[in-house]
Ligand binder design. Structure first.
Ligand code: SF4
Length: 80
């Protein structure tokens, strides 16, 4: 079971993750990506059927802004 969120400080609004995995990622009005499942909280596990697309986005993000963890992320101050 894996969890994801976007480190929005590192996101350059390239659009790639949303193209690769539109079920998991979306953008703010400024084009900064966030995890759609829980508004970037990183607390909802990635559904198994979407994990392949997640991995593709995770590996291709040019700045490494997509985070992955095997446990829920702690609360943060990041924008969503
Ligand atoms: S692929 Fe990475 S840099 Fe590009 S929008 Fe997604 S999180 Fe941001």
């Amino acid at each position: 079971m894996y969890y994801t969120k976007v480190n929005q400080d590192n996101c350059i609004a390239c659009g790639l993750c949303q193209i690769i995995s539109p079920n998991l990622f979306d953008y703010t009005s400024e084009g900064i990506a966030f995890s759609k499942m829980d508004l970037n909280a990183g607390k909802v596990p990635i559904p198994e059927e979407r994990f392949g697309a997640f991995l593709d986005a995770y590996r291709k993000c040019p700045t490494g802004a997509i985070l992955r963890s095997d446990r829920p992320f702690p609360p943060s101050e990041q924008r969503s």
